[in-house]
Ligand binder design. Structure first.
Ligand code: ARG
Length: 460
């Protein structure tokens, strides 16, 4: 059997294995809706400029809409012999409406068709991801407001550093997500440009009007250069790079949640429905969702590298290499979306163990900096006060006593400037409340920051 799409110049049929090897229909059928929308816009434009008659246009559109329903209902028979989503749909169109179907591809190539489909697909995907990001961020702001006064140890090097409020910690996560949101919105501008009309590489001899198709498909701009339009995938790489950063942030949150859910930290309780048990150890409740989010970051990072590598040696214009762009891109979209969705669902249900957090903050000399600052405010130079407090901490380690648990006499061994107003400085509340400036951890600042974040989110 001759290959039906380009049989004209061929003297033998495609090798059976090569047919499967070169086909993309198994994965690119995901863009069927976009492909149909692109074809409808193309046919509409062709009729408007007089390349197709109005009747031909109507017949084509009706045929495509019928195929859309076949696909939605799972009745469409995808054929590997027809290679990809584009030729499957086009062949089916001709099967349904006859000879008119063969006119749809006038002034178009699969090269500009596929580039258009991917951009339409990715534009919708970004919009869906932005919605999940908003849902997650709203959950974080709610949690931060609820826990504005909750005190936990803040860490550097995973060693107790200074007390912070849990709300402040949560809003740090939220700041990362604000930047991820911005990056995706910015990337969307470059995604939403239309390659259709580039044809195979050089443009077309028909009197096409690209502004018509751009308007019909909701593109903000038109790709200026046909060679570039069909061949570049930098918009997809840019998306994957924004996605890799977003996943990196999600992975960091996950690492903290996994630690916090452990018996050793015991700061949070994750809802049972987001955890699983062990088949052997009856006591286990494993934080699977955060672990998987952390793990899935690996594949998203990998996809970014795949696409960069895919692109790097391609001469102009279209090369079949580009068929390899879809699986990494689709998987990046699905993975990021699913991770955001799981976290958006989980966030409101996280139980915070305030007493454990507080107890942990009391250990580890978290108010040592406050004591150093106290001495500075009484006239000691900072480096000297650092030394004095270091000695007090050394004593505390030996005596197994936190600074706040020492008597005034004990503290005065290290500096006679210390008086009994020191204890106010050494309390956890005193410590967090003292950091009362924009960006600081004081509960009042957390509430103000949360309400600014909420306003920013609702202005979207
Ligand atoms: N399936 C192809 C892809 O994903 C569509 C474009 C093919 N164009 C071509 N000239 N072979 O890129």
């Amino acid at each position: 059997a001759q290959n039906i799409q380009w049989g004209g110049r061929f003297t033998e049929a495609t090798d059976a294995f090569v047919q499967v090897f070169t086909a993309s229909v198994d994965f690119d059928q995901k863009m069927a809706e976009q492909d149909i929308n692109g074809s409808i816009a193309h046919a509409t434009m062709l009729a408007e400029v007089g390349v197709l008659t109005q009747e031909e246009k109507t017949t084509i559109i009706e045929g495509l809409e019928a195929i859309r329903l076949e696909i939605r209902n799972g009745e469409f028979e995808w054929s590997v012999a027809l290679e990809d989503v584009h030729m499957n749909i086009e062949a089916r169109l001709t099967q349904r409406i006859g000879i008119t179907g063969k006119k749809l591809h006038t002034g178009r190539s699969r090269n500009d068709q596929v580039a258009t489909d991917i951009r339409l697909y990715l534009r919708d995907a970004i919009d869906a991801i932005l919605c999940e990001l908003t849902r997650l961020q709203t959950g974080l702001v709610d949690l931060a407001e609820r826990e504005a006064d909750t005190i936990m140890p803040g860490f550097t090097h995973l060693q107790t550093a200074q007390p912070v409020t849990f709300g402040h910690h949560i809003l740090a996560w939220n700041e990362m997500l604000f930047r991820d949101y911005e990056r995706l919105v910015d990337c969307r501008k470059r995604v939403n440009r239309m390659p259709l009309g580039s044809a195979a590489l050089a443009g077309t001899t028909y009197p096409i009007d690209r502004s018509i198709t751009a308007r019909l498909l909701g593109f903000d701009e038109i790709c200026e250069n046909s060679l570039d339009g069909v061949s570049d995938r930098d918009f997809a790489i840019e998306f994957c790079s924004a996605a890799a950063l977003a996943m990196t942030h999600m992975s960091r949150f996950s690492e903290e949640l996994v630690l916090w859910a452990s018996a050793q930290f015991d700061f949070v309780d994750l809802p049972d429905r987001f955890c699983t048990g062990s088949s052997i150890m009856p006591q286990k409740k494993n934080p699977d969702v955060p672990e998987l989010v952390r793990g899935k970051t690996g594949r998203v990072n990998g996809h970014l590298i795949s696409l960069l590598t895919l692109m790097k040696s391609q001469c102009l214009a279209y090369n079949k290499d580009n068929q390899e762009d879809k699986e990494p891109l689709f998987d990046t979209v699905d993975t990021l979306f699913n991770c955001l969705r799981a976290y958006a669902d989980m966030m409101p249900a996280i139980q915070v163990k305030k007493d454990n957090m507080r107890e942990a903050a009391r250990r580890g000399f978290s108010t040592a900096t406050d004591l150093a600052d106290y001495l500075v405010k009484k006239g000691v130079a900072f480096r000297d006060s650092h030394e004095i407090v270091g000695k007090a901490v050394g004593y505390g380690v030996a005596q197994k006593k936190d600074l706040a648990e020492m008597s005034l006499q004990e503290l005065q061994q290290f500096s006679d400037i210390i008086t009994d107003d020191v204890f106010q400085v050494l309390t956890l509340e005193g410590s967090v409340n003292a950091r009362n400036h924009l960006g600081g951890t004081a509960p009042a600042q957390v509430r103000a920051a949360a309400s600014r974040a909420r306003a920013k989110i609702s202005a979207r």
